[in-house]
Design a protein around this ligand. Structure first.
Ligand code: PAN
Ligand code: ZN
Length: 181
């Protein structure tokens, strides 16, 4: 059972939690990261994993709950990744509002609104990252191949072409120089 309001999946194989210290380098304002980590290490996002074998032929799924907030003025986000085996993924918005950013290996960029009932296709070979642009938790479901695997290094190395900041009139996307994309 999926609880659309809390993101709880039950039964689940386990829960995962990512804190700021797990992704300190992902944010533009390294000084804001340093001063926050000096007295706190907040949970940025968490979620629940389905009990599905991580093997070819299976479809596995997981919920994610991204907390609301900013580092400096950059919205809380997920680390973002490629799949080790390039393969597609399906995202379903459950609660809250945000963005799904996608970037191909050749540097093409796309974004989709992630909101309740949004059904989004992530094509094979596109890295993906979610951003919570609202004031409440952003909750969504992701469905992907059991043997897809997660590659975080290439996103950490190359970065994403766009960052999302809180602006006076709402979320602002700003282009970012990326290495090698
Ligand atoms: C999602 C993500 C989840 C956490 O289930 O794994 O939102 O984001 P990171 O994996 O980038 O930390 C997904 O895309 N799975 O493949
Ligand atoms: Zn994925």
């Amino acid at each position: 059972m999926l609880d659309f309001d809390s993101g709880v999946l039950a039964p689940a194989a386990g829960e995962f939690t990512r804190r700021l210290s797990d992704m300190a380098g992902a944010y533009a304002d390294s000084e804001a990261v340093r001063s926050l980590l000096a007295h706190d290490d907040p949970v940025m996002y968490a979620g629940y994993d389905a009990s599905v074998p991580p093997e070819a032929g299976h479809l596995t799924f997981r919920t994610t709950i991204v907390m609301p907030g900013t580092i400096g003025s950059e919205y809380f986000m997920t680390k973002g990744h490629h799949h080790i085996r390039d393969s597609a993924e399906f995202y379903l918005g459950m609660s809250g509002t945000g963005l799904l950013l996608m970037q191909s290996r050749s540097g093409d960029f796309a974004q989709q609104d992630l909101e309740p009932r949004a059904s989004i296709y992530v094509p094979p070979g596109w890295a993906h990252r979610t951003i919570n642009t609202g004031n409440v938790p952003l909750i969504f479901l992701a469905v992907y191949f059991g043997d897809a695997g997660h590659d975080y290094e290439s996103v950490a190395d190359v970065g994403f072409g766009w960052r999302v900041f809180r602006g006076a009139a709402g979320p602002e996307l700003r282009a970012e120089a990326v290495d090698g994309a």
